[in-house]
Design a binder for this molecule. Sequence first.
Ligand SMILES: [Zn+2]
Length: 268
Amino acid sequence: MDLLTHIISGIAVSSVIASANSKIIPAPRILAVGALGGAFPDIDAISLWSRFDATIGKWFGLAHTGKEIYSGKFWYSHHGFFHSIAAAVMAGFLLGCLAYLYHRLRRRQQREPFSRYLKTGLPVYLVFVSGCLAHVAGDLITPASVWGGVRLFWPYAGYAGGWGAVWWWNNYDMFLIISAGTCLNILLVAVARHTRFRTGIIAFPVVLLILVGVWRQAATRQTDYAYTGNTGQYQQLEEKSKKEQQRILGTKLYRAMDRFDHWLIINF
Ligand SMILES: [Zn+2]
């Protein structure tokens, strides 16, 4: 699935914790960590970077080109280790440690014990991990392609997902559902900050509704996008996906989303 939808998904799940903790941790920080978690697993797509072979490939003495790595089944290939539960937990832990060190350096005068830091550090850690997992969940429903899904249970060698329920790109309907729910939850965060109203109680069901909405949209697709390996039907499937969006959204909204898509510099 596209990076923007992944980032919005990360913000959506983080909005629940932001609502519940708005007076302890600044909400923008929680939402930003959620966005970071939502984007993080696709760090493995760096092998597609035009300068990958001349830089990272050379430094690590990699025997394969970035393109071969991207579509391969190495642990560092796309949809490999970085799309696993283990990577989410480890990267979250690393981020938490770095944040703690930064925290200590900033407050050199009044050093805070680790146990007290956990009160603010743990929710942020959970937000990052949840953002990563929301990303991986979004990838489960895309085609298997050359990987066969995502390596969800690394170090176990098997791949999960690859269901092909949706196309890689232009899932505008899902993007709109996730964005609408996320905007509502951000509004709730603002309400929680300025009132005594505990909006976390509403924010969680909103995220559940987003999940149901996305699941429903995936189930009502009329095209089967599943394929393994490389497909010669890539263009046809992409066209079918766009036609499907036009049918779901109606011409006006579809055209607006299509314009937005062309305006963005990333694949959407
Ligand atoms: Zn991904």
